[in-house]
Design a protein around this ligand. Sequence first.
Ligand code: G
Ligand code: G
Ligand code: MN
Ligand code: NA
Length: 253
Amino acid sequence: LLIINGLPNGLKHNQLYMVFQPKLDIESGQCQQVEALIRWHHEGLGAISPNEFIPLAEQTGMIDLLSAWVLDAVVAQQAKWREKGIYVKVALNLSSTDLDNPNLANDVASKLAKYLVPAECIMIEITESALMVSLEQTIVTLNQLRDIGVKIAIDDFGTGHSSLAYLRFLPVDEVKIDKAFLDEFETTHAAKQIVKTSIELAKSLGFEVTVEGVESKSVLDTLRTYGVDTIQGDYFAKPATAQEFEHIYPQLN
Ligand code: G
Ligand code: G
Ligand code: MN
Ligand code: NA
């Protein structure tokens, strides 16, 4: 918990920054989107994983501060890239607390206006479990975001308890199959079947499908036969700083 008390100071002293992992179109291999992921290089402790500090930020209420910073950083970066002729959508991760905030859609709209970035350039990834918290406000917020033109992706799909049958009533554009299934993909028949049938059902219900955690060519080749739209994983590209991404971007197009 002590770590999280250092967050405001960390933000002030530029210890936090975003990295970007390409999401590639499986047909063309082109990078039309990236996922923005936060990193914290703590002055005393070195790199702290978001797996550690995001839950703490949520518990302490500091997530508001953090997510506001992420939103600003992502949209500002988006504007810089557009000036340089790099046109990629950026997906950012928000937590359930953010979706419970009745001002979120307004905050997003103001940020887009501030940096003159079109709403279609931004996607919001929310976990399945976030959907289950405070459902009423969450649905209101999601609909407001869709009205603005922001796309919504369900992250870590398959780990929570939502079903695709239920998701089709929500303003959801994309489903991201959880990495956990990919870890077992080649060793466990069940994991493979879950991925395969989730993709088929999601596609037939009209969702875009991303598979993340792709680490090998053999997995990629199998996924091609499943009809996935977008793939993300270390096999193609690891999360990169904005500057690194600008260097690899031409090779991904
Ligand atoms: O990038 P990495 O694998 O270390 O991310 C670990 C977890 O932290 C993932 O579940 C990811 O969704 C989450 N995460 C990464 N960046 C952000 C962020 O900016 N905001 C939120 N809320 N979660 C993030
Ligand atoms: O929970 P969420 O989907 O937001 O988490 C995304 C995280 O997954 C990112 O931090 C990213 O670093 C990680 N990730 C994406 N692809 C791979 C991969 O192929 N291998 C591993 N080990 N991690 C990955
Ligand atoms: Mn994500
Ligand atoms: Na995920």
